[in-house]
Each structure stands twice: as structure tokens, then as C-alpha cells.
Design a protein around this ligand. Sequence first.
Ligand SMILES: [Zn+2]
Length: 103
Amino acid sequence: MPRRSRRAHEAARAEPPVAAPRKLPLVLDSGEHPEGAIEIRTIARHQATKVYRCPGCDHEIVAGLAHVVVVPQEDPSARRHWHARCWDRERTDRESAFRRRRR
Ligand SMILES: [Zn+2]
């Protein structure tokens, strides 16, 4: 699958986070995220050639397993690889914690 264009990226950012679908979007609007804007990149099975450690469960993401990369837009070198399921849970936790803090 080709990467989304710049135009698609901006369109995704304009969507309100409450309307985000449960499935992982390629790019998450993270204006609502306490750590700043982040980009979610999906890594397909054939692209997963290295072993990473998932910060969500502290287990390895084995080579050949589709997963996601969370890239802080202000510091792309601080990107982390997550199991898709772990990130989905983490994202939900962060968003609800952030919403609680704003009240
Ligand atoms: Zn994990």
C-alpha cells in the first residue's frame, strides 16, 4: 500500500478526535495528545524485518509481524514500535486520561 499523500495527511488531521474510528488510522490527529503531535505508521508483515520491543507489554515484536510505529512529529528519532493491539489500548488510555485532565 502506498503512503498517503500530504493532502490526505492534512485531511486526517482536520478530523475531530472523538470521531476517530476504533480501527487504527494511518495518521492520528494528535492535537489532543499531551505529548504533542504524533504520526502512526503501519508496518506490514513484509516490512517487519527486525525485532523490536513493544513499550506497551514489554514483549518482543518478532520479525514478520505487522505492527505500528508511533512517531512524535517534533522528534522523529524518538519513534517507538508497538504491537497494534497494545498501541490501540495505550491510545485509548492516553486520550481518556487527557480528557479527564482538561475538565
Ligand atoms: Zn505489545
